[in-house]
Design a protein around this ligand. Sequence first.
Ligand SMILES: [Zn+2]
Ligand SMILES: [Zn+2]
Length: 74
Amino acid sequence: MELNCPKCEHELDRSGELKRHCESCNSDFKLFIACHECGDEIERLKACGAVSFWCNSCNELKSKSSAIYTLKDD
Ligand SMILES: [Zn+2]
Ligand SMILES: [Zn+2]
């Protein structure tokens, strides 16, 4: 999954599990992953090397592709 900087459109570097950095404008962002159905933040679950997502509000597993990724200023 590639994300671009909301400020300058430069491709972001991965600087941590849920962190992205733009070297073009030197900004740091936090990745917020939300449920596409209820909009609440969903939890990342790591099991057997695979990552899946769990929504506490819907009380069910969500697929990675359905999740909504939002960047927030860190
Ligand atoms: Zn930038
Ligand atoms: Zn949900």
